[in-house]
Design a protein around this ligand. Structure first.
Ligand SMILES: CC(C)(COP(=O)(O)OP(=O)(O)OC[C@H]1O[C@@H](n2cnc3c(N)ncnc32)[C@H](O)[C@@H]1OP(=O)(O)O)[C@@H](O)C(=O)NCCC(=O)NCCS
Length: 153
């Protein structure tokens, strides 16, 4: 398996992940994807604070992780933190260590950028995801946390 961070010329990989999205998701989890045209894909992939890591097997993408670098002022994290927005492994390659390898690659990327902390949201009902983050040393600092979505425009 080979893992690399996508760059602005990797629109095709992003397109494959979007076309095959249902195979990387848990049924009933996540939402529909907005198709990204070439310009939008280049913007996402060219953004230095948006990290798209992809695991390839025989040149085929079998797993991905989207993370955003956020500037923080909380004392218990560094000046920047990584928000892991999505992790998905193709349904025929689960339990092979792909997600773990993606998180290890994210740790390596974080170290290179002087970032020490990250966080992710998932659903308590998503047992594989909960097991993955716990096995990676993740903790739930405040079980009382609730997430709200709201419109701003
Ligand atoms: C969650 C998900 C990303 C895990 O990917 P994966 O490549 O299968 O996970 P790994 O093989 O790297 O597993 C690493 C560890 O996580 C835990 N784990 C992962 N999947 C598990 C499962 N189905 N049941 C129990 N533990 C699991 C285990 O501790 C595992 O280590 P082990 O295999 O040595 O026991 C994958 O199931 C997936 O893509 N699900 C659909 C998308 C999704 O729900 N993403 C998370 C949204 S926040």
């Amino acid at each position: 398996m080979m893992i690399r961070r996508l760059g602005s010329g990797d629109g095709d990989v992003l397109r494959i992940l979007a076309v095959d999205n249902a195979r990387f998701d848990e049924p009933g989890q996540g939402g529909a994807l907005r198709p990204l045209g070439p310009d939008a894909a280049r913007r996402v992939l060219g953004d230095e604070k948006t990290h798209v890591l992809v695991a390839f097997l025989d040149d085929e993408p079998v797993g991905f992780l989207f993370a955003f670098e956020l500037l923080r002022r909380a004392a218990d994290v560094g000046p920047s933190e990584l928000y892991v927005d999505e992790v998905g492994v193709r349904d025929d390659h689960r339990r092979e260590g792909v997600a773990r390898a993606l998180l290890d690659a994210l740790s390596q990327l974080a170290r290179g950028r002087g970032i020490t902390n990250g966080f992710v949201f998932t659903n308590a009902s998503n047992a594989p995801a909960v097991a993955l983050y716990e096995s990676f040393g993740g903790v739930r600092p405040n079980p009382d946390d609730v997430m709200f979505d709201f419109r701003l425009g």
